[in-house]
Every structure is written in structure tokens, then in C-alpha cells.
Write a protein that binds this ligand. Structure first.
Ligand code: NZQ
Ligand code: ZN
Length: 384
């Protein structure tokens, strides 16, 4: 096992009616900015509950944070935070609203051009504290220090990480996810599944605790994901998916093991250029990447096939093929197509996407750093 140092400071408050605890979680006397997206929280009743909980606070709101939040919108919010001397951010939404608020938290305190945080690795030395209400289980953003932001004019989707932007708390009430459209339920399950894969399906370092946690999360998502589509009003199913998605990317399973993330980096370019949902891009890239990397990932692919999909073929090459086929079939079963052509994207996209990766310095991807632009082209060509 590799060395590690691990701390996750986010308090998770989980379960039905837990939104009522919001007023006790925000520090007394805070000047609060409530942040949200396109208005789903107004139609499902979450907004009213949050407003009620904020009654004892001096607060204001900022809405319109887009899916794949835009740098331009977030900078407008950062200006408000500075001008109004806001000292607590309360994002209520999915990964986009929470990621966006993390960037706002850092940008509002940053001296200089905040784009440098995303594009040039400028260090974040202070951030406005935040706590969140999660409405879409998928990204793990509610309990990690990552944020992904898109600049629309240059078609760049970039990320930063800082321990200073971990949410202080995250309220996870599975019943707020009943209003999700099936497409977003499916996106969330696929995204969480691939977060586990990025931290698990690399090469063995004798880390059975991490491996079995990861396999348990994968099996839970395989079992519960289709149930959420079939039986959307089932609270327990929603609860299990919500907890699995948080555990998939709260840092725990990735400690002491190699990590991949090539599927995510390639997927981010597909979203930046063609506007596909995050999970759709991952469902396209992952099966093709696993095929291309089958030698490097051989031992873990066999373990994955045997333990997660219960495959028992004696022919190991066949077992690996089957493991990848099962993975693709699972995404398709969730209603997320796995080919570029399914989204109307043709072969000329390959050079465009790889050129974007090169501009953003993504030229040595994967756990071995061996996914070069040439290899990425092979992966994308086989994903058409
Ligand atoms: O805009 P609103 O009204 O909030 O509607 C959203 C949005 O249209 C809607 N929605 C959310 N909760 C709902 C709901 N609709 C009905 N009922 C509810 N309860 O769903 C749509 C998608 O929301 P979004 O926040 O964009 O989805 P998601 O949570 O999948 O977040 C995606 C973003 O997170 C980034 C992605 O790149 C993408 O920008 N990621 C962040 C990560 C992290 N912080 O660690 C890791 C991930 O790999 C990912 O990159
Ligand atoms: Zn993701």
C-alpha cells in the first residue's frame, strides 16, 4: 500500500427531514449567500424549506449557476460576495452548484486573476467557508475539495482542489432526489460508478481494504441504479445511491492506492466542446479506455470481472472482454449511450478533442502517465 495522510472534515447530516437542522449548522451571526441553479429547488419545495431555516440569518441569494458552471457567472457571484461582505456560502443543488460555490469561495478571497486558480495552478490560501444541501447524488462534491469550472468562450473545462473548500457540512436528504428526472438519476449512478473505477481499476498494491470498499460500492450501484429507474419513489433505494455516491469520491477509497482519472480528463474535453453531460462523456470513454489499457490493467480487470461481475471463465482474455462488456451494458441499461455516434459526434471530433487536451497539458494521463495524445486518439477512435 502507498503512504497517505487522510482527513475529511465535512460533517454529513443524512436522512429524511434533516434540512430542519440547517439553522444549527451555519455559524450564528453569519452573513449568508444562498446559491442555486436553474430553479429545480423552487419546484420541489427545497427552496421553501431552506428559506424557513434561514429566517434567523442576514441572507441573500444568487441563482442561475449552470450545469457545468461557467467561470463568467461564478465571477459575478464572487463580486457580490466581496461587495456585500458575505461570510458564509450555502450552495443548494447538484455538483455544478456546489463546485461553482467552491470556486466563488476561493475567487472572492483571491488577489489577482482568479482564472489562474484553474488554468495555472495558483495556490488558494483562503476561502469563504461553505456548507451545502445536496440535491443530486453523483459527484461527491458535497464532501470533497474539488471543483470543476467551464470557461465557455475558450471551451475549457478545468478543475482545482483545495482543503480550504471542503464543505463544513453537507445535508443529504434522499427524499429531495425524488424530483430528479430519470436522465439525471442515471447520470449520477454512472458518474459515481466511474469515480470508484478511477481509484480501483489500476494495478494491485496489496490494498484489500480499499479494494473491497470499492467493490462494495460498485455492486451497490449495479444493484440499486436500475431500481431507482424502475421504482423511483423508493426511499431506501434513493438513500443507498446517495450514500454510495458520496463514499465514491470523499477521498476514503482512493487513499494509499494508484489513481487513473484519464477517463475524466478526456470526458471533460467532450463536455467543453460538444456540451454533453459529464456522465455521458464518461460512459463513452471508459469502455474504450479499458480495452486499450487491458495489458496495463490486466490484474485488476480480472479481479473486477471475478468479484464485481462474478465471471468465472477460465480463458482470461475472454474474462476481461466480458468484464468490459458488462460495464458497457450496465451504462446502456441505465439509459446512458456509450458511443460518440449515439450523440451525433463523428470521427472528425478525435483530432479536435486531442488538440484541446494538448492545450490543457493533458498529455501523460492514467496511473502510469502513458496515455499520450496518440493513445488518446486510439481510444477515441474506438469509441465512435
Ligand atoms: O440547475 P438546477 O435547477 O439545480 O437543476 C439541475 C440541473 O439541471 C438538476 N437537478 C439537481 N437536483 C435536482 C435537479 N432536478 C430535479 N430535482 C433535483 N433534486 O439536474 C441538472 C444537473 O445538475 P448538475 O449539478 O449539473 O449535475 P451533477 O451533480 O452531475 O454535477 C455535474 C458537475 O460536477 C462536475 C462535473 O464536471 C459537472 O460540471 N464534477 C465534479 C466533481 C467533484 N467536485 O469532485 C467530480 C465529478 O467527476 C465531476 O467532474
Ligand atoms: Zn465524475
Amino acid at each position: 500500500m502507498l503512504n497517505f495522510s487522510f482527513q475529511n472534515p465535512t460533517r454529513i447530516v443524512f436522512g429524511q427531514a434533516q434540512l430542519a437542522k440547517l439553522s444549527t449548522l451555519i455559524p450564528t451571526g453569519s452573513k449568508v449567500l444562498l446559491l442555486y441553479g436553474g430553479g429545480s429547488i423552487k419546484s420541489n419545495g427545497v427552496y421553501d424549506q431552506v428559506v424557513k431555516a434561514l429566517s434567523g440569518f442576514d441572507w441573500q441569494e444568487f441563482s442561475g449557476i449552470e450545469p457545468n458552471p461557467s467561470f463568467e457567472t461564478l465571477m459575478r457571484a464572487a463580486d457580490i460576495v466581496r461587495r456585500e461582505k458575505i461570510d458564509f456560502l450555502l450552495p443548494v443543488g447538484g455538483g455544478s452548484v456546489i463546485d461553482g460555490s467552491k470556486f466563488i469561495a476561493a475567487a472572492a478571497m483571491f488577489h489577482g486573476d482568479a482564472w489562474d486558480i484553474l488554468a495555472n495552478g495558483a495556490r488558494v490560501t483562503s476561502a469563504v467557508p461553505l456548507g451545502c444541501v445536496l440535491t443530486l447524488p453523483a459527484t461527491g462534491s458535497e464532501s470533497n475539495g474539488n471543483s470543476v469550472v467551464t470557461r465557455y468562450d475558450t471551451q475549457q473545462k478545468l478543475s482545482f482542489s483545495s482543503p480550504l473548500v471542503y464543505p463544513k457540512f453537507a445535508i443529504l436528504d434522499p427524499s429531495v432526489t425524488f424530483s430528479l428526472p430519470p436522465k439525471q438519476v442515471a447520470n449520477g449512478v454512472v458518474d459515481a460508478f466511474i469515480h470508484v473505477i478511477e481509484q480501483y481499476l489500476t494495478y494491485p498494491v496489496n490494498a484489500p481494504v480499499q479494494d473491497r470498499f470499492a467493490e462494495g460500492l460498485l455492486q451497490t450501484l449495479i444493484e440499486e441504479g436500475p431500481k431507482a429507474l424502475r421504482d423511483p419513489d423508493n426511499y431506501d433505494v434513493r438513500a443507498n445511491i446517495m450514500w454510495a455516491a458520496t463514499m465514491a469520491l470523499n477521498g476514503l477509497i482512493g487513499q494509499g492506492v494508484p489513481q487513473d482519472w484519464a477517463t475524466h480528463m478526456i470526458g471533460h474535453e467532450i463536455t467543453a466542446v460538444y456540451g454533453l453531460d459529464h456522465a455521458q462523456t464518461l460512459a463513452i470513454v471508459l469502455p474504450a479506455l479499458l480495452q486499450q489499457q487491458r495489458q496495463q490493467k490486466r490484474e485488476k480487470l480480472l479481479q473486477y470481472g471475478r468479484r464485481v461481475w462474478q465471471l468465472q471463465h477460465s480463458d482470461e482474455e475472454r474474462l476481461i472482454d466480458e468484464a468490459i462488456n458488462h460495464t458497457r451494458a450496465f451504462f446502456e441499461q441505465m439509459g446512458v449511450p456509450t458511443r460518440l455516434a449515439d450523440y451525433g459526434i463523428t470521427a472528425d471530433a478525435v483530432d479536435i478533442l486531442v488538440a484541446k487536451l494538448e492545450v490543457n497539458g493533458m498529455v501523460k494521463l492514467g496511473e502510469h502517465g502513458d496515455i499520450t495524445p496518440e493513445i488518446t486518439k486510439q481510444i477515441l477512435r474506438s469509441a465512435i
